[in-house]
Design a protein around this ligand. Structure first.
Ligand code: 13P
Ligand code: SF4
Length: 324
């Protein structure tokens, strides 16, 4: 990509008093121009703490929503208007469509598995008085109807912080299974999954271990439980960065989306990192390009604004987690 496009992005960024945030799964060249890279929650927290006026979010829509919830006075731009997380859309309150009015001509967000007939409201009715823990990979509306949020890094801590013996954990069945294994509480799970992580099979791990016998295997908790049980370390994307940096090992098999390899390699030039499967690619994360970052800044699009009661309630669920 030409240097001049990068220069133009920097110029516009200064004019707009903007900050560019990129998730760890973004394309290498997008991570390169970002002010901050990290996991979804890390990015929103850092953005809320900066003095900028505009947050340019290179990620998927639930991440930009979280940034808007935590930074109500800032303009939040999502670089790729149709970048969504299929797993986040596997659960609904039945009310999400209103939000998409923000995108003219985009009234019908893609839904992956769950029909809206069985919603978060229905599972709450089926298990009255059981608190809802929602993964940050959910819409603002789902967060607003949850008791507390969690990330892949703190799901067990969040569940254990609640006084209840049973919790509903949405939307990822694999993250729920991992949590259930690591807490004494009963975890009632939704049936969603991430198609990028759920596709991994034990034979993939066996093959990678044969190819790289000295490597440690790190797995993201969105992988299935049988895969997690084969791992040397189960952690979030930021957790993998910390683990690889601290470890005395020199080689690692990376069980998450391949975008993380960019930072792992950059921050640990003396170590080797191998993707568990080369097709662990999230197509929605790759929708952002340098051109779309430039266009977002130039045209101040696509604005993501979570307001009103949804924001207030979603903020409570996010903030309860952040206060732990
Ligand atoms: P992290 O919060 O670990 O970055 O994960 C986000 C995500 O989308 C995982 O697929
Ligand atoms: Fe969603 Fe999976 Fe993509 Fe993460 S990697 S944004 S969970 S589809």
């Amino acid at each position: 990509m030409s240097e001049s496009l990068k220069d133009q992005i920097q110029k516009l960024k200064a004019q707009r008093n903007a900050i560019i945030l990129a998730h760890n799964y973004q394309r290498d060249e997008v991570q390169e121009i970002a002010d901050l890279t990290g996991d979804s929650l890390e990015l929103s927290r850092k953005a809320a703490a900066t003095g900028c006026d505009v947050i340019v979010f290179c990620g998927v829509n639930f991440m930009a929503e979280s940034a808007s919830i935590l930074s109500p006075d800032k303009v939040v731009l999502l670089t790729a208007f149709d970048a969504f997380c299929p797993m986040a859309d596997m659960i609904s309150t039945g009310m999400e469509r209103e939000l998409y009015g923000a995108f003219p001509g985009y009234k019908d967000p893609p839904r992956y598995v769950y029909p809206v007939e069985y919603t978060l409201r229905d599972i709450k009715k089926d298990y009255p008085c059981v608190p809802v823990v929602s993964y940050v990979n959910t819409t603002a509306e789902v967060k607003a109807e949850s008791d507390i949020c969690c990330t892949s890094a703190n799901v067990v801590e969040v569940i254990d912080s609640l006084p209840d013996e049973r919790v509903i954990c949405v939307p990822d069945k694999n993250l729920s299974a991992w949590a259930a294994k690591n807490t004494k509480k009963e975890v009632i799970s939704w049936d969603g999954y991430c198609h990028v992580h759920d596709r991994v099979r034990p034979s993939d791990v066996e093959k990678a271990r044969r190819a790289y016998p000295d490597a440690l295997f790190m797995a993201h908790p969105e992988c299935r439980l049988d895969i997690l049980e084969m791992a040397d370390n189960v952690t979030s994307t930021s957790g993998m960065l910390r683990y690889a940096a601290k470890s005395s090992a020199k080689e690692f098999i990376v069980g998450t989306e391949i975008g993380l390899l960019y930072r792992l390699r950059k921050e640990n030039p003396d170590k080797m990192f191998y993707p568990l499967r080369k097709d662990m690619v999230c197509p929605n994360m790759k929708k952002t390009t340098l051109e779309s970052v430039y266009n977002a800044l130039k045209e101040m699009k696509h604005v993501i604004k979570v307001g009103g009661k949804i924001r207030e309630s979603a903020w409570k669920a996010l903030n309860r987690m952040l206060s732990l």
